[in-house]
Write a new protein. Structure first.
Lengths: 259, 186
């Protein structure tokens, strides 16, 4: 290695950023080149002077509380809907309550109405997820990556199974919110069609068989099993989506942990 | 009353986002302040920049897909600083290709001199560096970041990180030598 070549790499050498082979070449070169050896010594001396010189600026004690305040202000204003927004929310909420009350008072009426609301919310969420950059928080085709990713983000652990062998590869997952609660969303793919699978706990709910509906050209399937609510949304044709649903329902409630 | 329920729900969601933010981003406030302080060269400005950067980070937090919160935050701090520098001062954009003097280090005592350099002198020499060089050397020596991380923060390729660091160090050594000579003369 020529001295010019070596000089170019001395900083990277001192910073430990050279690969092993080039690092050894530099060391060999320095055995015969006093100038480079001294340059390295100087670089090291400068580095240690910088690190030991008390040059790191510590934030003032007041900065933490100041940030916290600013964040809370920002957090409130970010989610605060306009007055019109509040009216819509209030309307939706009273509708939800009315549906709930009716459903409770008259058990003869199935939960179709409340399912309608969830269906619309699920579909809205599905459509939102199709916008660029919204589909996945964790992108992975590995169920053992996707499942642990939800740890600490939810108060439950969703069952995650990859169905790539059956032609429905898992492409990732994300957090979303439905009816005001955080839910796990698993994202699968079938050719160019995306499938969003929403899973959240339904404590105390009886198992319900698959209900299906069509909204705005999208197929929605939902069921309750082992105290979990499942909603599946896609523009995939109904037959294939039903096939996929059967796979989901046949999968173990909790995928085995990574070996 | 229903409005209250909704309000509560919204605030619960908000709190969980805030909680995640506090877990993965806020712990790096010290690093954020150090970088902002070095780039703005002023206490008050550094605090303002850090606050602005945290607000920006929070706004973009939905796009943060896990990973290293420090690098992510520092990139935002850096960009906030540059915006601030553009608005408030003439940025010191001295990026002329200056071939670093290849000091052969014939003066062997130089390493000794560098090792014992006064930290005030070093601080001054750092402050005098062009901002691109300053950020590279601060991130490397004070934050201990890799070339790759520095490149990600500054938005430049590895080769540029390497040459900025080399030139930053060469300038620092030159400045400190000059100071030492002056000091010796008086």
């Amino acid at each position: 290695m020529s001295c010019d070549d070596a000089q170019m790499l001395l900083d990277a050498y001192v910073d430990g950023e050279l690969d092993l082979v080039r690092g050894i070449e530099i060391e060999k070169h320095m055995e015969g080149c006093q100038a480079c050896a001294r340059s390295v010594e100087n670089l090291r001396a400068l580095g240690s002077a910088m690190r030991s010189g008390g040059l790191y600026y510590q934030p003032p004690a007041s900065l933490g509380p100041r940030l916290e305040k600013a964040m809370q202000r920002a957090g409130r204003s970010e989610r605060r809907p306009t007055r019109f927004g509040w009216q819509i929310i209030a309307l939706a909420a009273s509708l939800l309550l009315a549906v709930y009350v009716v459903a409770r008072m008259n058990p003869g009426i199935p939960h179709d109405a409340s399912n309608n609301l969830v269906a619309q919310e699920t579909l809205d969420s599905h459509l939102r997820s199709l916008m660029p950059g919204h589909l996945t928080d964790v992108q992975s085709t590995d169920q053992h990556t996707v499942k642990p990713w939800f740890n600490g983000k939810l108060d439950y652990s969703p069952p995650v199974t990859d169905f790539a062998p059956q032609g429905f590869p898992l492409t990732g997952g994300r957090l979303d919110s439905l009816s005001g609660r955080a839910v796990a969303v698993l994202v699968y793919q079938r050719r160019q069609h995306l499938i969003n699978v929403y899973v959240w706990p339904a404590p105390g709910s009886a198992d319900a068989s698959v209900g299906e509906s069509v909204r705005q050209g999208y197929n929605l399937l939902h069921w309750t099993r082992a105290a979990m609510n499942w909603w599946v949304v896609s523009d995939l044709n109904l037959d294939e989506l039903k096939g996929f649903t059967n796979l989901l329902r046949a999968a173990p409630a909790s995928a085995p942990a990574a070996p | 009353m229903l409005g209250l329920v909704e309000q509560e729900r919204a605030s619960v969601q908000q709190q969980s986002k805030l909680a995640r933010f506090e877990l993965s981003v806020v712990p790096h406030m010290g690093a954020a302040y150090n970088l902002a302080r070095w780039l703005t060269r002023n206490d008050h400005d550094a605090e303002d920049v850090v606050q602005e950067a945290h607000l920006r980070a929070y706004r973009f937090f939905d796009g943060f897909h896990g990973g290293d919160g420090r690098t992510w935050l520092l990139a935002i701090v850096r960009n906030t600083c540059y915006t601030w520098l553009q608005q408030n001062r003439k940025p010191t954009l001295e990026l002329e290709e200056e071939i670093p003097e290849l000091d052969s280090g014939r003066s062997n005592p130089e390493a000794l001199l560098l090792r014992s350099v006064d930290s005030e002198m070093l601080r001054q020499a750092l402050d005098d560096l062009p901002v691109e060089f300053r950020e590279a050397i601060v991130l490397r020596e004070l934050e201990g970041l890799s070339y790759k991380e520095i490149g990600a923060i500054a938005g430049v390729p590895l080769g540029t990180v390497m040459s900025r660091l080399a030139r930053a160090r060469s300038r620092l050594q030159k400045a400190l030598r000059g100071n030492a000579r002056q000091g010796g003369a008086t």
